[in-house]
Design a protein around this ligand. Sequence first.
Ligand SMILES: *[C@@H]1O[C@H](CO)[C@@H](O)[C@H](O)[C@H]1NC(C)=O
Ligand SMILES: *[C@@H]1O[C@H](CO)[C@@H](O)[C@H](O)[C@H]1NC(C)=O
Ligand SMILES: *[C@@H]1O[C@H](CO)[C@@H](O)[C@H](O)[C@H]1NC(C)=O
Length: 186
Amino acid sequence: MHLIVALLSLLALPFAAAWTRNVTVGANGQLVFNPPNITAEVGDTIVFIFESEHTATQSTYQTPCSPSSGGFNGVSASTSPSTFSVKVNNTNPIWVYCAIPGHCKAGMVFAVNAPTTGDTYESFKQIAAGTGPGVEINPSSAGASPTGSSGGSNAGPDSVPSSANRVVSRASVLVTAFSALIALFV
Ligand SMILES: *[C@@H]1O[C@H](CO)[C@@H](O)[C@H](O)[C@H]1NC(C)=O
Ligand SMILES: *[C@@H]1O[C@H](CO)[C@@H](O)[C@H](O)[C@H]1NC(C)=O
Ligand SMILES: *[C@@H]1O[C@H](CO)[C@@H](O)[C@H](O)[C@H]1NC(C)=O
């Protein structure tokens, strides 16, 4: 009996480790994803919370403002807030922008697991703005005018699960595993 409880607890381990990451999109009329870049692990789910009319469209590092072939494309619903969820399937960087004309160029870009050197989030954003190493390809930017603030300043996260939360989550997983082991011997 104790053995069964122990085994069941251990089975729950991989599931307990997954994490949901909220990313607000266009809160307070600003052309920003908040937070603008995050680290996530395989199995985590990213929930884009659209506070106004925007998209969360997957692109590539080289062409930040163009949809990548086969990439995801989350679009806000007509009523706000609405959400779009995407799962992290591997540890590769995920590059994202808002496809509404003008928004990407204004800095409305987002990344998951961007490298800390080389192809960083910051240089991705510069390419999007047309000032970085590379050429922006944005077929739809003509005539656009950003509506929010410059997009150059990113507000700090408001309700983001801190890494501390993740640590707590992982710690409780360890406690579960520990109880499982105790159960084996009682
Ligand atoms: C976000 O990008 C900035 C600038 O490139 C970098 O300093 C920071 O470490 C990145 N944060 C994450 C969570 O990747
Ligand atoms: C992960 O896989 C699912 C199912 O195939 C897909 O819908 C989703 O877009 C993928 N996530 C990324 C970041 O590509
Ligand atoms: C994400 O947002 C939803 C509602 O929008 C909230 O219920 C949930 O607690 C948030 N999760 C985290 C980890 O902040």
